[in-house]
Write a protein that binds this ligand. Sequence first.
Ligand code: ADP
Ligand code: MG
Length: 324
Amino acid sequence: MAASEFQLIRDYFSACGRRPDVLLGVGDDCALLHPPAGMDLALTTDTLVEGVHFFPNADPAGLGHKSLAVSLSDLAAMGAEPAWVTLALTLPDSDLRWLDGFSRGFATLADESGVQLVGGDTTRGPRSVTVQALGFCPCGQALTRAGARPGDQIYVTGTLGDAGLALLAAQGRPMSSAWLSGIRLRLDRPTPRVSAGLVLRGLARAAIDVSDGLTADLGHVLTASGVGARLDLARLPMSEPVSHYVAETGDWSVPLSAGDDYELCCALPSEVSDEVPRLAARMGCAFTWIGQIESEPGLRCWLPDGTQLVCVPQGFDHFAPSAQ
Ligand code: ADP
Ligand code: MG
């Protein structure tokens, strides 16, 4: 069944979240928003393109969740409290079943995260989803990629590599069925580490979300901070399926560079280490020491057997010749 552009905006996207600081939401030429005094606004935009970021047959509710989750993950990495989002949708048709699933997945995470959808755009064309998210940080307190110093401890939330392993399974790698649904959930419905970002605010010297793989994203922190690091791979937090995969294949690329994890990686001053168990309890997820910032530039990854893994901190580049 088809619907007009205005009908579908009204039916699916006009009542997603409710906040008192939204003076005017979906329906006018602009949204009118009332940011609190004393706060900096953090703003991020992400686009997911069919065939590049999601499979053409992707479950619409999962896609609704993920398209919001990736933007909330960016806010989390800055230590920002999520508030408002906009949604630009390009769709090949007005498939109501797809819209119903997508908007439910989006709205469920929006409600859980306390954000309101305040506007967007709806156009026809090859399917893509662009989400812009805005959040608040007390003035001057946002966590950036710059600021890590030699001696700082490197920590990461959750576990690494589950989404990458799920992608390998989707591409045909045989996988125990007991593990499949758990890792697939990590790929399709990532959990943005919003509370971890808020806990780290005022404590971490630098932070980033791991969307392109740990080595690539930590590499951005090292470059922005003008430092290097060592990683102790024996300490990497991995789920049972990922540990099993690494033990069986010796391939560390899944936890180190596969991407789509949406965990947070940060540099904490060593004075804070005593507080880590208390911080982890407030975050509601694992928070694991994985290495240390050093003054020598570059990233040195040490394998459990004491030898060094040569790793090039490189993430996915949409314009690299191999990606076209
Ligand atoms: P305009 O032509 O002024 O850009 P539109 O017809 O594009 O207006 O949009 C009408 C209203 O619906 C605006 O408030 C816009 O922000 C909102 N809107 C459009 N598409 C979406 C969407 N996918 N999700 C949320 N709000 C949307
Ligand atoms: Mg418009």
